[in-house]
Design a protein around this ligand. Sequence first.
Ligand SMILES: [Zn+2]
Length: 427
Amino acid sequence: MTKEESVSIARQLESGRKYAEARGWEVVGEFIDDGVSATVNRPEDRKGWAALLAAGKFDAVVIWKVDRLARRVLDFLHADEALQTRGAGLVAVEDPIDMTSPQGRAFAVMLAVFGEMEAEGIRARVRAARAHLIKDGRFVGGGIPYGYRSTENPDGPGRVLEKDPERIGWLGEAVRLAQHGETVNAIATWLTAQEAPLPVRRKARLDPENRAWNRQTVEQLLRNPILAGMTPHNPGRAKSDKRADPFAVVRDEHGAPVIDESLALLTYEEFEQLQHSLDSRDSPQARKRSERKPTSAFLSRAVLCDDCDVFLYRGTNQKQPVLYCPRCRQTIGRSRLDSHLVDRLLAERGDEPRAGSTVRERWDAAGANELIRREILLSQTATLRVRRGVIGRYFDSERVLLEWLPSALSVEKSERPDDALVVVMSA
Ligand SMILES: [Zn+2]
């Protein structure tokens, strides 16, 4: 224990004692919890807390701050419940928390719930503001999709998207070929042979003599929700992740996609059908994926159904690997879910320490071993749940509720001190 930490723990204990004294309570015990384990473990898994619960009779537990005891509302409530069954309550020196009275308890629970709701509320407001701009037909930034261009908004401020007459015909042809079952490779070959103009940015950056289309570019076009007049929206995705999620689109307050008919080449149903046929296309890659993923143990007993609180099972749906809930039957496609989780794990948690090196190095060392990969993922997650999608089994990143454990890196940086628990008897 460093000197700084000892001072800090002493200060916590001292404050706890003063608090007890001010309320006329007698201190009957003091417990100290290891700081690092406290950030990652629920209170009931911590030594100090367990020792406290095993101790003799007491009426209240004084803690320094609530976030020292529990990082999540549920953990906090569990801790409180454990004390309640012993007829004791929790108070915090630094927070307006007093669980020793019914009013204090109701207030504390409200504070905790609002704290969690606030984060979700901010995300929802950003979504709503974007949806509003798009409903007005405004272009809200990001890359301009192939076949379109931005222009001054004739009805007000800002810019709007419109069809690009030079390219929209090629986009329409590519879509029609795909709808008739041509492979992405065949469409790329056809566009090259026809000397169809390439996407603007790509043409500028690359060798101007190179007129070849590739399958990635074509697949991106065919998967862009703009084909149905929708606006792609991938909140929280790493910038390096260029793969679009065809159903992560801007939605209105009722969850329905916001659609601009003037930009659409397909109806929503036609777009959905096109995505389905791209997903299940019998390319070697697709076939290999569907053979491999159903048996993949990577997400075995790892993802909870957000509605039912049970683990999702592995299975297949229309020959595609999926996870499904044995209770409510909600289903989510596996290929995109798996890569979404892996991308986020490596992008957001790659530098976290893991078994003497880092998550990223451990991941690379794990190779194709699904069980080790699973261990690495689960070692970082606090919450991994999936909620029902609007459109069947289709993957949508908004369906994935993923929270990481507190970062060990930030714990090291802030030199988080240990936690003191002062146990008191009321007078
Ligand atoms: Zn369920």
